[in-house]
Design a protein around this ligand. Structure first.
Ligand code: EPZ
Length: 417
């Protein structure tokens, strides 16, 4: 299995390009199931999770023409089943449920299991679809959903603003009969991107960007071309990277618009982040100071940045309290960073980070994407050699991570085999 070797202690200097957002690309690809006409997506990142979604679409009978970062998705649906073998690789596979059901009146999708960061049920997706007239049975590890005729518009109040449930219900509602209201909808920018693409495909949606989406169903959608927004989490990760190493980076294509909740504590800690015409420029001045954060649904501090921010706080001066409110088990990086000399204690949903002057390199591993990248950041900050195992987690969500960091002066390489 591949590993990443890092010799820490070098400042990052230079520029690197920010790709399209993984968490926007995945639902946008699923939206390709809503029409036979081609949906062309631009700025699609090259990631393992994208390949997994592509396999699911191929399984449904669609054709995908890939030309670099451009994907044309189209064709007739010949199967409404999302098999276990693919779904087990990626929870976001469940995003095909709403589109398949709305378009074909039936869908059989393997139930995604729990995962490293929590139990992560899909009850909100299923309840919403039931309110729209679907009959849902759970059997043999599969979600079996059907509806007689078209789905029907409904007023759905989400008890929690789930990102995936909002996306699934939004896609399903575009083809439902009548009006659907999704109240307490998640407001993540990736949902706005999905909604914008659906509108370009002929959907009628108002309230985009708010927590109340109103969708007037239409009988059919048509093709469209849509460019995926830049990845705010990739951007945030490299902001934290230059925070741990010092130096100065230009993140080409990176935008501050959707990152206010991260940029605020980074600035408070002592980083200087500026918007320029070509992207975000960031540098660290002196040693950073500890700052408290708490993860929340957008526009709050993103849970997908919690582990990276913790790596930064591990080498800041003073203490920081980091509270995780979205997932119940998203501190798996803590014992690994502690093995590198950090001083972090977890009490329930909060971690107290007492900054140390320096970390020391060690072999480490993590069980999910963001935890893994936080170990890469810790390795960049540490004295000596760090080996990050289980690189396949990183391949799911960071395109050319090693090349991008090495291009900015990091001593980092991938060891294959
Ligand atoms: C999305 O996951 C992202 N994935 C995650 O990114 C991200 O961490 C998460 O949103 C929160 O921002 C994609 O966009 C593909 P949720 P999702 O439904 O949709 C509970 C990464 O690293 N819940 O908002 O699965 C759930 O258990 C990944 O890129 C229910 O209880 O997140 C969790 O505690 C990891 N029932 C909370 O809500 C449901 O039916 C948030 O989940 C659905 C969710």
């Amino acid at each position: 299995m591949d590993r990443i070797l890092i010799r820490g202690g070098r400042p990052l200097e230079g520029r690197l390009a920010i790709g399209g957002a993984k968490n926007a690309a995945l639902p946008l690809m699923a939206a390709g199931l809503l029409t036979e006409a081609p949906l062309t997506l631009e700025n699609v990142p090259q990631l393992a999770d994208i390949d997994t979604m592509a396999s699911l679409l191929a399984e449904a009978g669609l054709t995908l023409e890939r030309g670099g970062r451009r994907f044309a998705i189209g064709g007739r649906i010949t199967s409404t089943e999302a098999p276990y073998d693919i779904v087990r690789r990626m929870r976001a596979s469940v995003l095909v449920l709403g589109p398949l059901l709305a378009r074909c009146g039936e869908a059989r999708v393997s139930l995604p299991g729990g995962c490293a960061i929590g139990t992560r049920p899909v009850d909100l997706h299923l309840k919403g679809l039931e309110q729209m007239g679907a009959e849902i049975r759970l059997e043999g590890g599969y979600i079996d959903a059907r509806v007689r005729g078209r789905l029907r518009g409904a007023e759905i109040v989400l008890p929690f603003p789930s990102v995936g449930a909002t996306e699934n219900l939004l896609m399903a509602a575009t083809l439902a009969e009548g009006r659907t209201i999704i109240a307490n909808a998640a407001r993540e920018p990736e949902i706005g991107d999905l909604a914008a693409c659906l509108v370009a495909m002929g959907a009628e949606i108002t309230g985009i960007g708010s927590d109340r989406l109103v969708i007037s169903g239409v009988p059919a959608l048509h093709g469209a071309t849509h460019a995926i927004l830049p990845d705010r989490i990739e951007t945030g990760t490299y902001l934290c990277a230059v925070g741990v190493t010092g130096g100065e980076l230009l993140l080409e294509g990176g935008e501050a618009t959707h990152l206010a909740a991260l940029i605020r504590p980074l600035a408070e800690a002592g980083m200087v982040i500026e918007e320029t015409a070509s992207g975000l420029r960031a540098r660290r001045e002196g040693r950073l100071a500890g700052v408290d954060v708490m993860t929340e649904p957008y526009p709050g501090f993103p849970t997908d940045m919690q582990a990276q921010f913790m790596a930064l706080m591990a080498v800041a001066e003073g203490a920081a309290m980091i509270t995780e409110t979205i997932f119940e088990n998203r501190f798996m990086h803590v014992p690994e960073i502690n093995r590198m000399g950090a001083r972090i204690n977890v009490h329930g949903a909060s971690a107290i980070v007492r900054g140390v002057a320096a970390l020391s390199g060690a072999p480490v591993m993590a069980t999910d994407l963001r935890a893994s990248v936080s170990l890469v950041l810790a390795g960049l900050a540490a004295r000596g050699e760090t080996i990050v195992n289980r690189v396949y987690h990183l391949d799911r969500g960071y395109e050319a991570l090693v090349e991008k960091l090495a291009g900015c002066g990091a001593a980092i390489e991938r060891i294959t085999g």
